[in-house]
Ligand binder design. Sequence first.
Ligand code: FPP
Ligand code: MG
Length: 218
Amino acid sequence: MERVDPFSLVANELSLIATRLRSMVAAEVPNLASAAEYFFKIGAEGKRFRPTVLLLMATALDVHIPELSPPGIGDTLPTDLRTRQQRIAEITEMIHVASLLHDDVLDDADTRRGVGSLNAVMGNKLAVLAGDFLLSRACLTLASLKNTEVVTLIATVIENLVTGETMQLTTASNKRFSMEYYMQKTYNKTASLISNSCKSVALLAGHTAEIAMLAFED
Ligand code: FPP
Ligand code: MG
């Protein structure tokens, strides 16, 4: 069977999202502007794994379009729903980058994505504030979707990220070799964001709780 590169299926949409993200994170105060846009600049955007998965999930859940012939699987569906699902990809990226900015402060990191980490380049204080700013922009985008169930899921993701990072930072010695503790920490730190975002993509499409749960789990 011919192998399809999943990233190429949504390449056009990914660059649309990248352009929109750059305008979403624009700030008036110059230092905050440079700090907030740092990881959205061309070359520092990372693998874009999360937006790719979310767009592919949106396509997989689109039961009304029977002939999904690659390439350009997502690019052929510029419906209002698809735009709303792209917003989830944008929110997810902003939250992800915010968490990395804070993580690099906590870890006193020197590099991120092959360049200097923001804390190393601009200092801890601006890195923390830039993370907060990205979260605020993610909240604004989330509010624009006017879907309280999705707001609840994404708010829970932020709680999970903070909880997971704290669990890692403060592991008691009796939990250090506990598989259950490790799995819980890893769900909070890593899985919750992509799972709940996939669930949000399903809910925006009007799918049942059962289908939304499958999107969460798979
Ligand atoms: C990378 O960990 C860090 C995360 C996946 C999440 C970090 C979460 C926080 C700092 C909580 C605050 C959250 C928000 C939304 C502001 P790592 O150090 O294991 O991986 P790395 O090698 O990529 O640094
Ligand atoms: Mg780290």
